[in-house]
Design a binder for this molecule. Sequence first.
Ligand code: ATP
Ligand code: PAU
Length: 316
Amino acid sequence: MPANPSTTQDAYLEFTRHQWAALRDAVPLPLSQGELEKLKGINEDISLQEVETVYLPLSRLLNLYVYANQRRGKVVEEFLGKKPENGPYIISVAGSVAVGKSTTARLLQALLQRWPEHPKVELVTTDGFLYPLEELTKRQLLSKKGFPQSYDGKMLLDFVKDIKSGKEEVKAPIYSHLEYDRLKDRQHIIRKPDILILEGLNVLQTAHDYPDSGNRLFVSDFVDFSIYVDAHHDLLKRWYIERFNSFRNGAFADPNSYFHHYSKLSESESSKTASKIWDDINGPNLVNNIQPTRSRANLILTKGEDHYVDRVWMRR
Ligand SMILES: Nc1ncnc2c1ncn2[C@@H]1O[C@H](COP(=O)(O)OP(=O)(O)OP(=O)(O)O)[C@@H](O)[C@H]1O
Ligand SMILES: CC(C)(CO)[C@@H](O)C(=O)NCCC(=O)O
């Protein structure tokens, strides 16, 4: 639940899962069984009922916002007598490590591109903008990976500026969880999408987080709609450990994996290692840098056990 319910209640409309689910009736594009099955490809663990109950109404809301923005663009066009050079509508997805940002973002991408008004939806994660491992090591930031200072802030801001200015082709770096590093030989090329979803830990930060930042711009200055995915700390730590343990049996077994040495750990040693990484890095990052930005989001999804969204907070 948001940190300060008294101010949050003023700023946000609150929906129980039940109330939010009722809004599904207003969604004109129900999913076919085939489409639902395809979404399973995004994440095996996701419940299809959850998609219909939570994410379909959310995609409807976002569709309305994007549509309103496109109409506003038409007004400007009429006034100017020519089409302004516009970039895509940008949606950001923020939240802790392991809360499910990338799953949420991928689901929204799949659902939003079904709408004829905005068929081209691109997804970029800020992970690619982390400094390369070598640079992180040089700057002694390995134990601060995911903290704001571990990202190449200028590169990320230039990327978002280029996207928003409507540039024909913009390149984004790609991060590999397996190599624990930015890929050297591959980039994601983005060509004028209708919507860009930008997913990352710190995308809600603003000048308020940096009292000495002067007139500096932040990624959030270019974002049209922001979503914060929230869950209780105990759940987040548990999800992190579970995912780490499942990597131990899967991805870490690959000799190219940065964490290959972890694949030899027993289940309990592995849980202990993950618990320590959480307590040393991801937990403090959540408390000090990520959670304080939550109350700026346009929409907050609060998850309970099993990743079910049990509350939705929508900015008035
Ligand atoms: N809606 C969901 N239903 C079931 N499981 C989920 C859901 N969303 C995420 N998960 C699980 O939670 C874990 C974290 O998800 P995900 O990788 O999407 O998180 P993230 O916030 O993007 O993490 P990171 O910041 O480390 O990249 C994964 O094991 C994923 O399978
Ligand atoms: C890449 C990030 C920063 C964010 O997704 C995260 O997954 C990460 O690697 N954090 C550092 C500590 C850890 O290994 O979990």
